[in-house]
Design a protein around this ligand. Sequence first.
Ligand SMILES: [Zn+2]
Length: 158
Amino acid sequence: MDILEMYGLPSITQLQKNTPKKEHWKNTIKIKVDKFWNEKTLADVENKSSLTFLNTSNLEPNKPHHVWNVKQLQRFELRKAIIKARVMTGTYILQADKYKFAHYNVEATCQLCCSGNEDVIHFLTTCPILSTTREKYFSEIREIITYEITAEKWNNVF
Ligand SMILES: [Zn+2]
């Protein structure tokens, strides 16, 4: 009864009196559950600081994030998607994270370039070894941002 009420579905007595057809009931449940979780997520974005940067414009129930749009589930593409998802959610463990938990056994230094602590900023923006990978996307991102904020502001901010 609580679940029916939570999703705005008819009460158990209403369902006993007027039992819907299976397909109609499954469709109603899907619509109501999707609506509930979409509204709850949007409300949480407003109230929770951890969701500040969640892009709600692409938020659609039952539609996976575009990072999971792997055309064929080739092992390499899947592994890349898993790493991207972990970086986006802050669950990808970098050297700086390992160092926080095991000071004596692990160095925070990036093992690719050995020139700085491997934190998210280093990994995504400054590691020289990863620069060729980054540059593929950098010019496109710069073009989009400068279109919005002008090239002068780009130079001041970035
Ligand atoms: Zn590095």
